[in-house]
Design a protein around this ligand. Structure first.
Ligand SMILES: Nc1ncnc2c1ncn2[C@@H]1O[C@H](COP(=O)(O)OP(=O)(O)OP(=O)(O)O)[C@@H](O)[C@H]1O
Ligand SMILES: [Mg+2]
Length: 403
């Protein structure tokens, strides 16, 4: 019987060489495939938003917006043959600014930028359970916050770079610098401003991720014991220090953490104003989360004793990929609500094929066209995402002392 090339290789070559060769082979082939699918200079666009969506994101009625248009005020929307108006995300911002200047006094601001005394709000999305919905939560949250008029910075802290890819950046192809460049220990460290990129959403910037982020996990223990151990011991200040440089530019930062409780996650948590722990409501996932909490609590205590100043304003558990018709899942949610009545977000992110299908084409539900989906499926999913994100906006505004 003929031996496969793999077996033949095994006989003559060492494992590490085979692994390296195969890694390169896969990477080359994938790059070719991606080059064909997304040319490097392809820019991700953004669809137009319907009148109903604009009304929702601005918090005004549709008739209000129609009236403005008829009076020739604010931006000029695109009008379809059947008379339907739609606006670009930039026009939504313009309309926000127009309303802020000319709207009724006493209402909550249409441009919700933070004001004096309101601190940059940093939200970390964490759990060491892979696939618990961190990236889905972080991407929809960051985009929702931006569409609601906040200035948002999303940070992809996961070397797998899923959030980065969702925003049309291909780390391997584009050779993008990640946050690692702004938190590294050597003299090559740069300002965070050099690693920030704009996205297809006008109010949303991103710090992409790439594999090099993993270096931080190796560098930190070395720094902790090296000649400059004092700097190493303060590792947990490295993200908050980097963020100080752009404090004025943003209202909210959303950090998508890797599925592990390493130095990257700990450094993000120390920079955080709030934490969202995503959990899929199944026994094994909840058990794993309990392990995560025990470890996290212990480590946070240790780093606080080492001088870290935690500035957490709130933390919440967010149930993800929830199927309300699934008895055991419903029971698990009830169980968690009974245990942590104050920390459970009162709404859940429903499981939906609209969300997973959009993800296949590297899009969020805020990017896809509603017409591409079965209406009820899309509506149910977007309502669930909006409800989750609205709760979070509320918590951020409360942390700022509003209302
Ligand atoms: N509400 C949902 N409905 C349907 N599919 C979902 C939903 N949320 C997430 N998914 C899908 O589940 C998978 C895992 O989600 P996601 O990437 O957000 O998890 P993660 O916690 O970031 O994973 P990792 O730990 O690998 O970073 C993805 O394929 C995503 O499209
Ligand atoms: Mg992820």
């Amino acid at each position: 019987m003929e031996r496969s090339p793999f077996e033949a290789d095994l006989a003559s070559t060492s494992f590490d060489e085979i692994i390296l060769q195969q890694g390169e082979l896969i990477s080359d082939k994938l790059n070719m495939l991606r080059m064909e699918q997304y040319p490097p200079n392809a820019e991700k666009g953004l669809r137009q938003f319907s009148l109903a969506e604009v009304a929702y994101f601005l918090g005004v009625t549709q008739s209000n917006i129609k009236k403005l248009h008829l009076e020739g005020k604010g931006p000029e929307p695109t009008t379809s043959k059947s008379g339907r108006r739609s606006y670009t995300a930039e026009q939504m911002l313009e309309l926000r600014e127009y309303l802020d200047k000319h709207g009724r006094a006493g209402k909550s601001p249409y441009v919700p930028h933070r004001r004096d005394g309101e601190e940059l709000h940093v939200i970390s999305v964490v759990n060491f359970k892979g696939g618990s919905g961190k990236t889905t939560t972080a991407s929809h949250l960051a985009q929702h916050l931006a569409l609601k008029g906040h200035r948002v910075l999303a940070i992809d802290l996961d070397p797998q770079a899923s959030l980065t890819a969702l925003h049309g950046i291909q780390p391997e192809l584009d050779n993008v610098p990640s946050l690692y460049e702004a938190i590294r220990y050597d003299e090559d460290k740069v300002s965070i401003t050099e690693v920030i990129r704009s996205t297809n959403f006008p109010n949303l910037d991103i710090v992409p991720a790439s594999l090099e982020l993993q270096e931080y996990e190796y560098d930190t223990p070395v720094a902790l014991t090296g000649s400059n151990a004092k700097e190493g011991r303060l590792f947990f200040t490295r993200i908050s220090n980097a963020l100080k440089e752009v404090d004025e530019r943003y209202d909210i930062v959303v950090i998508d953490c890797p599925p592990q409780l390493g130095y990257l996650t700990l450094t993000a948590l120390t920079a955080s104003s709030s934490v969202l722990i995503t959990v899929h409501p199944q026994m094994l996932d909840v058990m794993s989360m309990s392990q995560f909490l025990l470890m996290l609590g212990g480590i946070m205590k240790t780093i606080r004793n080492a001088g870290a100043q935690m500035k957490l304003k709130w933390f919440r558990y967010l149930v993800t990929r929830f199927e309300p018709t699934d008895g055991p899942q419903k029971q698990m949610v009830g169980f968690m609500q009974a245990m942590f009545p104050n920390q459970m977000l009162p709404v859940q992110m429903l499981k939906s094929t609209a969300i997973s299908d959009a993800a296949i084409t590297k899009q969020t539900l805020y990017e896809v066209e509603r017409s591409q989906f079965v209406r009820v499926t899309y509506d149910r999913a977007i309502q669930s995402l909006n409800a989750v994100n609205e709760e979070i906006v509320e918590l951020v505004h409360q942390a700022w002392g509003r209302k």
